[in-house]
Design a protein around this ligand. Structure first.
Ligand code: FE
Ligand code: ZN
Length: 517
C-alpha cells in the first residue's frame, strides 16, 4: 500500500491563517449583528473581514516567547538598577520631575489601552483583527505594569509618586490625558482603533518612547530607558495595526473615507494637544537635552507622518486639518505650557523652576523665531521677582477647554501675543475652547463633550474638597482642602524645586556616595 505523500510543512502565512481566522464561526442562537452590536453603529461598512491583513502574523505561541524574553531582560536591568541606587546616577533631581509626570499621567493610560483593546477585540466580527487586538491588549497591561515597577523605585526616595491612581482621577492637569482616553474608550470600536492605533501610538507614543526616552537615557535613567525601549518594540506592532485598520476600512467601502478622515483630523489634533506635556518635558525638564520638542516633532511627525499621508492619498485621504496652525504653534507650546506650570506650581505634584542662563541660551538657539522675543523676557522677569522674594504664583483658577481640558493658555494662530478663545452655544449654555480644532470636535458631538468633568468647574462647585472639609468654617482654606482631595502633599510634592525635599535629599545622598562627609 502506498503511503500518502507527506504534505509539506505549513508556511508561516498558512499556519497563521489556521491559528487565527479559521477559529471563528457564524453564530446561530442569535444573529451576528446582535452578537456584535457595535460593529455597524459608527457607519463603517465592512464587506469581507477575510481581507484583513495582519503584517506580523504572530500566533500566541510566538507572542508569548517573544514577550517572555523581553520581560526577562527588562526585569534583570530594573532589579540591578534599583539595587545599585541607580536613581543617584541621574543628571540632577530636577530630571525626576519629568518622570513624575510620566508615571502619573501616562502609565494609567496604558492600562486603559489594555481595557480598550480587550473591548474592541470582543466587538470586531473578524478573527484576524480580534487576535491582533488581544495581543495589543496584553502588551498594554505589560506596559502599565513595567512602568509601575520601574517608576516605583523612585517612589521610595522622592515626593510626588505616592498616589498616582488617585491623582489621575483628580488632579487638574491629569484630566488632560485622562479625557483623551475617556473620549477614545467611549467611542465605537473603529474610532477607538484610529484614536489609539493611529493618534496615540503613531503621533504620541512615537514621540514619547523615542526622543523622550532617549533623553531619559542621556540623563542616566537606565530604568526608564529600559522599559521605554522594551515598550517601543511593541509600539512598532501597534502602529502597524493602527495603519492596517485604517487601510482596511478605506479599502472596504468608499463610504468609509469621510468618516475615517474626520477621525484622523480629530485624533491628530487631540494627540497634538496632549503632546504639549511631552514637549514641555523635553524642552524644560531634562537637565541634558537630546533634541528640542520642535525638532522631535519635525522628525517623528512631519517626516514620518508626511510619508504616511502620501501613502493614504490614493484612498482619498488628505493630511489632517489644522497642520498650518501646528506648524506655527510648534515654536510656542512647550514654553506656554512651562509658563503655566510655573505659575500653578503650588497646585502640582511636581516641582518647577525657571531655566538657567545656559538653558535659556539653548532654548534661544532651538527656537530662534520665538524664545527671545516672547518667552525669555517673561522668564527673566519671573526669575528676578523670585530672587527678590516675590515668587509669582497665579491664584486664580483658569478657564479650561471643554474638549482637551487644557487651560486657555494657547495663542491665536499667527499671533503669539493674543490668547485664543472660541465658544459654542449648545442647548442654552456656552462652552469654551482653546482652538478651532477643539471647537470643531465639540460641535460634531456636543452631547458627548458637555459631559466632561472639568476640574476647574468642579472646584468652583465645591466637589473637590478633602474628606470632612467644612467650607463654612471660619478658618477654611479652600486651596489646602483641594490639595488634600487630590492627594498632593502640600509643601512636599508641590512648589519650587529650589529648596524642595527632593533637591536636598538627592544632594545629600549623592554626596554620601562620592565623599566621606
Ligand atoms: Fe503602550
Ligand atoms: Zn482644547
Amino acid at each position: 500500500m502506498d503511503m500518502p505523500a507527506q504534505k509539506k510543512k505549513l508556511g508561516l502565512r498558512e499556519r497563521y491563517a489556521y491559528m487565527t481566522r479559521h477559529l471563528g464561526w457564524e453564530t446561530t442562537y442569535q444573529p451576528m449583528d446582535k452578537v456584535f452590536p457595535y460593529a455597524e453603529y459608527e457607519g463603517i461598512k465592512i464587506h469581507d473581514w477575510d481581507k484583513w491583513e495582519d503584517p506580523f502574523r504572530l500566533t500566541m505561541d510566538a507572542y508569548w516567547k517573544y514577550q517572555a524574553e523581553k520581560e526577562r531582560k527588562l526585569y534583570a536591568i530594573i532589579d540591578a538598577y534599583n539595587q545599585n541606587n541607580g536613581h543617584l546616577n541621574v543628571t540632577d533631581a530636577k530630571y525626576i520631575n519629568s518622570i513624575k509626570l510620566f508615571l502619573n499621567g501616562i502609565s494609567p493610560l496604558e492600562y486603559m489601552a489594555h481595557r480598550g483593546f480587550a473591548h474592541i477585540g470582543r466587538q470586531f466580527p473578524g478573527e484576524a483583527a480580534r487576535v491582533a487586538c488581544l495581543m495589543q491588549s496584553l502588551d498594554e497591561i505589560r506596559h502599565a505594569q513595567t512602568q509601575i515597577h520601574s517608576l516605583s523605585n523612585f517612589n521610595k526616595h522622592y515626593n510626588g509618586f505616592h498616589d498616582f491612581t488617585k491623582m489621575i482621577q483628580r488632579v487638574w492637569y491629569m484630566s488632560v490625558p485622562r479625557s483623551f482616553f475617556d473620549d477614545a474608550v467611549s467611542a465605537g470600536p473603529f474610532e477607538f482603533i484610529v484614536s489609539i492605533g493611529f493618534s496615540f501610538e503613531y503621533v504620541l507614543t512615537n514621540l514619547l518612547f523615542v526622543p523622550f526616552v532617549s533623553g531619559a537615557a542621556y540623563n542616566g535613567d537606565m530604568g526608564t530607558m529600559t522599559f521605554g525601549f522594551s515598550a517601543q518594540s511593541d509600539e512598532a506592532r501597534h502602529m502597524t495595526l493602527g495603519l492596517e485598520a485604517i487601510k482596511f476600512m478605506l479599502e472596504q467601502d468608499p463610504a468609509n473615507v469621510p468618516i475615517v478622515q474626520r477621525w484622523i483630523d480629530k485624533w491628530t489634533w487631540r494627540g497634538y494637544r496632549l503632546l504639549t506635556l511631552v514637549g514641555m518635558m523635553m524642552d524644560y525638564m531634562l537637565p541634558k537635552r537630546v533634541m528640542s520638542w520642535k525638532e522631535a516633532w519635525e522628525i517623528y511627525f512631519e517626516e514620518n507622518g508626511g510619508a504616511l499621508f502620501k501613502d493614504l492619498a490614493r484612498y482619498g485621504i488628505r493630511p489632517p486639518k489644522y497642520l498650518e496652525q501646528i506648524e506655527f504653534d510648534k515654536d510656542h507650546i512647550s514654553h506656554q505650557a512651562w509658563a503655566t506650570f510655573y505659575q500653578y506650581s503650588a497646585l502640582s505634584n511636581f516641582h518647577t523652576w525657571m531655566p538657567t542662563d545656559d538653558e535659556m541660551d539653548w532654548l534661544s538657539s532651538k527656537y530662534p523665531n520665538s524664545f527671545d522675543k516672547y518667552y525669555r523676557p517673561r522668564f527673566e522677569f519671573w526669575r528676578k521677582e523670585a530672587e527678590q522674594g516675590n515668587r509669582f504664583f497665579n491664584k486664580t483658577i483658569p478657564m479650561l477647554c471643554q474638549t482637551c481640558q487644557i487651560p486657555m493658555v494657547f495663542t491665536e494662530p499667527g499671533d503669539p501675543t493674543k490668547t485664543c478663545y472660541r465658544e459654542s452655544d449648545y442647548k442654552g449654555s456656552k462652552y469654551h475652547f482653546c482652538s478651532d480644532g477643539c471647537k470643531d470636535i465639540f460641535d460634531h458631538e456636543p452631547e458627548k463633550y458637555i459631559q466632561a468633568w472639568l476640574p476647574a468647574h468642579q472646584i468652583y462647585q465645591g466637589n473637590c474638597f478633602g474628606e470632612g472639609a467644612d467650607p463654612t468654617s471660619k478658618d477654611f482654606n479652600p486651596m489646602a482642602s483641594v490639595l488634600d482631595y487630590w492627594g498632593v502633599q502640600n509643601g512636599h510634592d508641590n512648589g519650587d524645586f529650589e529648596g524642595s525635599d527632593d533637591q536636598k535629599n538627592f544632594n545629600a545622598w549623592r554626596g554620601m556616595a562620592t565623599n566621606n562627609s
